[in-house]
Design a protein around this ligand. Structure first.
Ligand SMILES: [Cu+2]
Length: 374
């Protein structure tokens, strides 16, 4: 779940200097992309329609708040998203859209339903999966999602069972393990926007009408309140919600662009939630999630690898090196079967990890354009 507090938004501004902005949208009009001028109160999308195929939005945040940009299909199904666009920065989003009606949304301050605009796509175009290697990539990645969701259900069931049995020690041990499978495929889970806050929301990120439920609510009960005697119903609900998202994730047909965007989103997730320690603030098990986000990103890139090799072998080599560097920097903080706690790391340790993540985020941000053939 990627809700930022004001504090981490400030951290993000620092991180943003190291290459989280992929492009300068200055030439947005000339290259076929659709310029989006976002401010704290407006979301001006240069065009309200497009031909079917890969659509590129070039979003410039001209406001003072960190913003996000989404493209929704009916039912608020997320077709593509860019999160954490700091003031003054520009980012691109490549998204594959078939004919139909959509909505775009800017979310200044990253809360609420955002400032919405209608967007219509007409005509038809060959899907990206007409390319045999890209078709194989989505097939391989969907198999990965299947294996991860199977483990997610299994481990979350064990976690929920321990909570309901009042076995705090066992539940604490299972908390980061069950989350691993969630964090590996989080961008796929987030396609179904309404369930994500219920499963992975944090107390300060709740919107009016939302209850504090899910993993982090139980995390608070386990580590802070230290009372799980009343956590049973929350645990039951977590399992029901996870099962729903697992079913949806396995039936969703993904575009190769969702793999590419997801690989980048997972690294953004590390930078904004895990390095800062804000995601698992009661348990401090953030490095487990960190490792899982990186593994998930790596799995998406691995699925795309044959296609990327064909288009840009040098980029593949760079990605291999940067992934290895992230792994090596994380490896130093291994503890037993898992990882050191976030509060056992020094500022200097976190800076090293953050620098390696940023160095990987830069080449990964090029993958979507490559997949889109732009
Ligand atoms: Cu998360």
């Amino acid at each position: 779940m990627r809700r930022l507090t004001a504090a981490s938004a400030a951290t993000l501004l620092l991180l943003a200097g190291c290459g989280s902005s992929t492009d300068d949208a200055g030439g947005a009009a000339g290259d076929g992309s659709i310029a989006v001028a976002a401010s704290d109160t407006t979301c001006d999308v240069a065009k309200a329609e497009s031909a079917a195929g890969t659509v590129t939005f070039a979003i410039a945040n001209k406001g003072n708040k960190v913003t996000e940009f989404y493209v929704y299909a009916p039912g608020d199904r997320v077709m593509g998203e860019v999160e954490n666009i700091a003031p003054g920065l520009s980012r691109e989003l490549h998204v594959e859209l078939a004919a139909g009606t959509y909505e775009t949304a800017c979310k200044p301050g990253m809360v609420g339903k955002g400032i919405r605009n209608g967007f219509t796509v007409t005509g038809s175009s060959a899907p990206l999966t007409e390319d045999a290697k890209l078709a194989q990539a989505t097939k391989d990645y969907q198999r990965y999602v299947k294996s991860q969701t199977a483990a997610l259900i299994e481990k979350t069931t064990e976690f929920v069972t321990a909570v309901k049995a009042g076995d705090a020690a066992k539940a604490k041990a299972l908390f980061p393990v069950s989350r691993t499978y969630w964090e590996r495929i989080e961008p796929v889970a987030e396609i179904f926007g309404d369930l994500d806050p219920a499963i992975d929301g944090r107390e300060d990120g709740l919107e009016p009408g939302q209850d504090f439920t899910g993993y982090h609510r139980i995390e608070k009960d386990l580590w802070q309140t230290k009372d799980i005697s009343k956590s049973g119903p929350i645990a039951d609900k977590l399992l029901v919600d996870v099962q729903k998202i697992v079913d949806q994730a396995n039936s969703a047909a993904l575009s190769p662009l969702q793999l590419a965007n997801g690989a980048k989103e997972l690294l953004d997730e590390v930078a904004t939630g895990k390095i800062t320690g804000e995601e698992d603030r009661y348990s401090h098990t953030d490095l487990w999630d960190f490792a899982a986000n990186v593994e998930g990103s790596q799995a998406a890139i691995a699925a795309l690898r044959p296609a990327l090799e064909e288009k840009d072998p040098a980029l593949v080599k760079t990605l291999d090196e940067k992934f290895a560097a992230v792994e090596a920097s994380l490896e130093k903080h291994r503890a037993g079967d898992g990882w050191k706690l976030h509060n056992q790391l020094t500022e200097a340790d976190l800076k090293v990890l953050s620098d390696h993540i940023n160095a990987l985020a830069e080449p990964i941000s090029k993958v979507a354009a490559l997949v889109a053939g732009k």
